[in-house]
Design a binder for this molecule. Structure first.
Ligand SMILES: *Cc1c(COP(=O)(O)O)cnc(C)c1O
Length: 238
């Protein structure tokens, strides 16, 4: 058996059943996705619009050629990278969820696209929890502002996403993740007190944990983990 198949199976049997595994396939070829799919994986993460679109098309061609056009049609794509508003049409028709909403402008644009195209998109708000300046994401105050405002018609804010500081220091990782879980709990309390018109009862997802820290994340209550390197190997960035 191959590494991809082995790892998908091992992860599936070690992760709690309630935890959603996003296999992050960015920078890896469609053949790797096909292999993970054959091992039962259905949710994949991509971070660049053009790459997502090319992979959707390539997999659809592979399905046609296989004689089973429905093959791969049940893949759920999670978009996890920085998304520019002029690239929405490359992503939103295919994405089951955009995990990386990092500006109000983007949130509004996703809703507007949805109104024009008759779709409602599930999104997560990306919370900046790492100590590195470079990582994207909202501040706590910005997120509280969004969930306290009126809901936008064509987006469902399903929860929060975050990336911890890239470090081996477990204490630091725990404190980063802890900021995400406390903000999440605070929002749920506010919502249950009727003070968050921007979200509904389906605000219930915390996405945190990657290859080097997913074990900690699961222990701290992550609902979604996004794992790339462990499954597919090192990425060779262009
Ligand atoms: C690349 C990426 C991942 C996967 O990282 P690995 O360390 O390869 O598991 C997860 N989340 C986001 C947002 C990413 O960009």
């Amino acid at each position: 058996m191959s590494h991809i198949t082995d790892t998908i199976r091992a992860l599936r049997s070690s992760l709690p059943e309630s935890v959603m595994l996003v296999a992050v396939s960015k920078f890896h070829p469609v053949e790797a996705i096909a292999e993970a799919y054959a091992a039962g994986q259905r949710t994949f993460g991509e971070s660049r619009p053009q790459e997502l679109l090319s992979k959707v098309r390539a997999l659809s061609e592979m399905a046609q050629a296989s004689g089973d056009p429905a093959l791969y049609s049940d893949i759920r794509w999670h978009f996890i990278g920085h998304l520019q508003t002029n690239k929405l049409k490359m992503v939103l028709p295919y994405a089951a969820m955009v995990e990386s909403v990092d500006s109000l402008r983007l949130l509004q644009a996703i809703s507007r696209w949805g109104e024009e195209n008759g779709r409602t998109t599930d999104v997560l708000l990306e919370f900046h929890i790492a100590s590195e300046e470079t990582k994207q994401g909202f501040s706590r105050e910005e997120i509280l502002g969004i969930v306290s405002a009126e809901a936008l018609p064509n987006v469902r804010i399903r929860g929060l996403m975050g990336m911890a500081t890239f470090t081996d220091d477990e204490t630091l990782i725990r404190s980063d993740f802890g900021r995400l879980t406390s903000l999440f709990d605070e929002i749920v309390r506010l919502r249950d007190g009727g003070r968050c018109p921007g979200i509904g009862s389906d605000f219930c997802l915390k996405s945190f944990g990657m290859t080097h820290d997913y074990g900690i994340a699961v222990g701290m209550g992550a609902d979604i983990v996004r794992i790339g390197t462990l499954i597919f190997g090192e990425r060779h960035q262009a």
